[in-house]
Design a protein around this ligand. Structure first.
Ligand code: BES
Ligand code: MN
Ligand code: ZN
Length: 499
């Protein structure tokens, strides 16, 4: 899809489809009014005739305009003018993108960004529009046969109409950022949606490798099980022992600055299928555990975005990739393994495997002398109980780092909510036989998972983002969401801006 800026006057405007916002009581913004006037008041007449309320996301599609230069019109309810919020604006944009997709238009012009949304600048409004349009146009095709494929959208070009005074440069850079992030989200969604028999640890590693081939400044290294053995990653390897697919440690190194500059390190859980191991999960809904690599996919995708945007930063991505299956060689409850850090772990539940693969990756992260380390993954069902499916769970050992993630999440609407990881919770991880147990009982399950990881991250600033409730949707709309790609990318963009 091509996105660009258009700066025609309303009278000269010609397009296959115009996207235009309206508010309750038929109120229009200044550009919309000017266009209405140029069209001889047809928009006001249509609104009077059909009398839509103007609720956010309400759509009135007019598929034929006899006047000619503007062939179709999509009128988008924006809600009350002075009550527009980020959520209602996003709702309106998503509905508009879906309505646009449903027309046969190949080209469209939007003026939806003329609405005032809290204190958001034009660049933000354009970024949201591009990201939401791309996400509405997303189709999963890889494993559907030709005749069953969803039809590709005909839309090829969306233009944002700006007046002369607007900051065209800011708008153009917003388009560039949004397109890079949207393509990162698409990669993360594709990888997440692929089934476990295709998206194996080896496949994930190949995809990372491919990404490295595409970007000159992105180096990709893959460690196999022999390499993990040498590093002493006994915890990570114990999870993959029960699987016939060999584990991989995927390492992506992006250098936007000289190598001596400290990097930001991102670590992502790449569990390509989680059956629970010997502590087997119940059958219902187990297919969704193919998404247990979404944290890893987001890290791989984010490194691609950093390279695409040429961010002036150094960024390292580390993705431990494995399956978790029951098998004669699998971890058993009560087994004790030794992590790379030398900490011994009693595995009381083999289904708490995410922390077992992440802890060794987090120890590995130390060698980069990082500015900060952020790990992410689908760690606990408990985070869905605690927070629902809107924010991801955030925990960490550094307030400033957590604050920057909260801010990045708010600005991209890929939000996080912080939970405490007080020392008091560590009690729950006591083991009679090892240094630490891998589960902390039924109370505060997401927090004790993070408390487990905290034992391996004492040497640097660290945050943990649990995306079990946000990385995919369940039910009718089952599928990967591409989160937390926007969060991680925005965090990096903010870091680059601050430097
Ligand atoms: N991958 C799951 C977490 C998960 C559960 C993600 C549901 C999305 C939806 C993780 O490996 C897991 O099984 N966690 C256990 C931890 C428990 C055994 C302490 C869980 O949440 O039940
Ligand atoms: Mn599990
Ligand atoms: Zn898991």
């Amino acid at each position: 899809m091509d996105y660009s800026i258009k700066s025609d006057s309303p009278e000269k405007l010609s397009t296959e489809c115009l996207l235009l916002g309206f508010h309750p009581k038929r109120k229009l913004g200044p550009t919309a009014s000017a266009i209405d006037e140029a069209l001889g008041g047809v928009i006001t007449r249509l609104l009077k005739r059909d009398d839509p309320e103007g609720k956010p996301g309400e759509i009135l599609t007019v598929n034929l305009l006899p006047e000619g230069k503007i062939e179709r019109l999509i009128l988008v309810g924006m809600g009350k003018k002075d009550e527009l919020t980020v959520s209602s604006y996003r709702k309106a944009l998503a509905a508009a993108a879906n309505a646009l997709k449903a027309t046969g238009a190949k080209q469209a012009v939007s003026v939806l960004h003329e609405a005032d949304i809290q204190d958001k600048p034009l660049a933000w409004k354009i970024r949201q529009a591009v990201e939401l349009t791309e996400s509405a146009l997303y189709r999963y095709t890889q494993t559907k046969s030709e005749k069953d494929q969803p039809k590709p959208p005909r839309l090829e070009q969306l233009q944002f109409l700006l007046d002369a005074e607007s900051d065209v440069e800011a708008a153009e850079s917003a388009i560039k950022q949004a397109q890079a992030i949207a393509s990162g989200m698409k990669l993360a969604r594709d990888l997440g949606n692929l089934p476990g028999n295709i998206c194996t640890p080896t496949y994930l590693a190949e995809q990372a490798h491919k990404l490295g081939k595409h970007h000159k400044k992105l180096k990709v290294k893959i460690l196999d099980e022999a390499g993990l053995e040498e590093l002493g990653m006994g915890s990570f390897l114990s999870v993959s022992k029960g699987s016939r697919e060999p584990a991989k440690l995927i390492i992506l190194e992006y250098h936007g600055l000289p190598a001596k500059v400290k990097p930001h390190v991102l670590v992502g859980k790449g569990l390509t299928f989680d059956a629970g191991g010997i502590s087997l999960k119940q059958a219902g809904g187990m297919d969704e555990m193919k998404y247990d690599m979404c944290g890893g996919a987001a890290v791989i995708a984010t490194l691609g975005v950093a390279a695409e945007l040429g961010l002036p930063l150094n960024v390292i991505g580390i993705v431990p990739a494995s399956e978790n299956l029951p098998d004669g060689a699998a971890n058993k409850p009560g087994d004790i393994v030794t992590s790379m850090a030398g900490i011994t772990i009693e595995i009381l539940n083999t289904d708490a495997e995410g922390r077992l693969i992440l802890c060794d990756a987090l120890t590995y992260a130390k060698r980069y002398d990082p500015v900060a380390v952020i790990d992410t993954g689908t760690l606990t069902g408990a985070i869905i109980t605690a927070l629902g499916r809107h924010p991801s769970g955030l925990m960490g050992n550094d307030d400033a780092l957590c604050e920057s993630l909260i801010k990045a999440g708010e600005s991209t609407h890929d939000r996080v909510w912080r939970l405490p990881i007080w020392e008091d919770y560590q009690e729950q991880l006591k083991s009679n036989f090892a240094d630490v147990a891998n589960i902390g009982g039924p109370d505060g399950g997401s927090i004790t998972a993070a408390c487990f990881l905290a034992r391996f991250t004492k040497d640097y600033k660290w945050a943990h983002v649990d995306v079990a409730g946000t990385a995919w949707k369940t039910g009718n709309e089952k599928g990967a969401t591409g989160r937390p790609v926007p969060l991680l990318c925005q965090y990096l963009i903010d870091q680059a801006d601050a430097a």
